[in-house]
Design a protein. Sequence first.
Length: 480
Amino acid sequence: MPDGGDLVAANTRFVTEEELNTQRQYEQKVKSLLESRYEDKPLACVVTYGCQQNVADSEHIKGMLETMGYAFTDKRDEAKLVIFNTCAVREHAEDRVYGNVGALKKYKLANPDVVIALCGCMMQQEHIADKIHESFPFVDLVFGTHVVHQLPELLYTAMTRRKRVFELPDIDGVIAEGLPVRRDNDSKAWLPIMYGCNNFCTYCVVPYVRGRERSRKVADIICEFKQLVRDGYKEITLLGQNVNSYGKDLEPRVTFAELLRMLSKIDGDFRIRFMTSHPKDCTKELLETMAQCDKVATHLHLPFQSGNDRVLRAMNRGYTREKYLSLINYAKDLMGDALSITSDIIVGFPGETYEEFLDTLSLVKEIKATGLFTFIYSPRVGTPAAQMDDPVPHEEKAKWLAEILDAQEKISAENMKLHAGKTFKCFVVGRGKLGDNYLAARTDGNLIIEFIGDDGLIGTFQNIKVIEPLTFVMRGEIVK
């Protein structure tokens, strides 16, 4: 197994120290500019849509903004800088962005010194960038997923030239190490281990907006991970569009399972999670690592999208229903009741028939997942699926989705009953929803138990006994 010391990425460009120093100089230029314009620190509002990778990107954006002299607010109408970090996975997310950006038009007209910026996956699509340019002239700065590290320079240019800045290079992406980070939570952290995707599922725009897969060096990941542990973070989630592909571009090669084993050997009281896994690249080695490493959570998020082989081929998913089930069954054999499975499903893929949908429904009933993330197919411009015949009306697809949700609700309730009377080591994540005095805690298997407790327990591990299973959560009490 590699020790993480001298790994070299084969086909990945790392941002050089010289390039980073240039951006640090621009950070100071922006800071000086802000100090000359405002008596107090100006406020920045960063609005994030979409996946955890976007959240991690926003934490780096806020880290750079903090270095430049900004303070932060959640209120857009009191900010001097508003940044929307956008998501392109579904149409609904795009519509929300358009609506929220449009709502700032009057604010911008009344406060011309305010900078409005857009970044993220939506902006990496040419037709959307063109729409922003033509229909939202009050937007000052637009930048893509591959140039986040250049924010100081881009922001300085937008503030000084009084000219709109659009920076959207069509490249496969880079890796920028050493960027400042301002984390949203002081006990739970996101840690990207790779970027991009090579799978080109026919419905998905991610490879086009995030670029090809590129892995961070093991030594850099271990260094950041150790610092998070020293800083007191208890739950650390490893991120990638497909973490199971980690290391394929590294020389010498290191697998994701090997990385997990290295991280789990680090001293400290913490739990490792990861997302997202692709069934095509999920290995027995990974499942065995989950079972054998106490610090790796026994929660497997493994999207199957469809239970029908023809639809899976049309989606270009690269596996069959039988292959998916074999992985799930092997994982259950290894981890038993400790394993929690969640998955993603697309209902109403172009050309899907009701009979094919029933294969998905039967798979839901067979795997008995803890939870599902279900979506009606949303066409994405530039993807092959957007050109496929799609004769089934949305109303019919909505009925199919309701069948999935109804079945999963029953399964979730049955799963919860299996845990009655059990005691779990849980990470207390925040306030609960069952009552004013309830806190919410997450088990190793990603189940939520709510219990009565004070806020001082948030961010700690506690042993909690289940006293009442509900449908999607459980009620419990602390075991002293």
